[in-house]
Design a protein around this ligand. Structure first.
Ligand code: HEC
Length: 145
């Protein structure tokens, strides 16, 4: 379990370099990438606490989970129209299986809502990261280049 979120964290560190979004011309694409970026940053907050790189703070961890839930709930709307941009990593499969894409957004949203009230101790963070990582991966493997 620990392995999954370590990989997720490594992915976030690597991709954060590319988060400038400078070359994105389509405003709708930029908005959805920004939302994903926020999900990434908030996941990183929980991940850093889980690893002991940041002091454990239950209310900060819960707030990060609540922010992830917020952006996850916005995800279906942000991706509703098939907008494109050369910088986008979104796959056309999103709009071929939009209902499934929505259910994967909802799955992350529900999980993050649960975590926003259930995280109490530092030991809760490892399992939380494993579950979050699973929810990101479930969508990214199918819908992200
Ligand atoms: C329902 C599908 C879905 C879920 C769930 C999901 N993502 Fe994404 N994510 C995408 C898609 C699609 C893109 C590519 C968007 C684009 O480039 O237009 C993306 C892009 C990203 C990016 C790159 C953003 C950028 O600036 O280019 C990051 C970081 C990211 N996701 C993090 C996460 C994390 C962390 C999670 C889990 C906590 C997560 N995502 C869950 C669909 C999802």
């Amino acid at each position: 379990m620990k392995k999954i979120w370590t990989i997720v964290l490594a992915f976030l560190v690597l991709t954060s370099v590319a988060w400038a979004h400078s070359g994105v011309k389509n405003a709708s694409v930029k908005a959805r990438m920004d939302a994903m970026g926020e999900i990434g940053l908030n996941t990183k907050i929980i991940g850093r606490m889980a690893k002991g790189q940041e002091a454990f703070d239950a209310s900060l961890a819960r707030a990060a989970a609540a922010a992830i839930a917020d952006y996850a709930m916005q995800t279906p709307k942000l991706f509703q129209v098939n907008e494109t941009d050369p910088k986008s990593e979104a796959l056309p499969a999103i709009w071929e299986s939009y209902d499934d894409f929505v259910s994967k957004s909802d799955a992350l949203g529900q999980l993050a809502i649960e975590l926003s009230s259930s995280i109490q101790a530092i030991d809760d963070l490892g399992p939380a990261m494993a579950r979050l990582g699973g929810a990101c991966k479930a969508c990214h493997t199918q819908y992200r280049r």
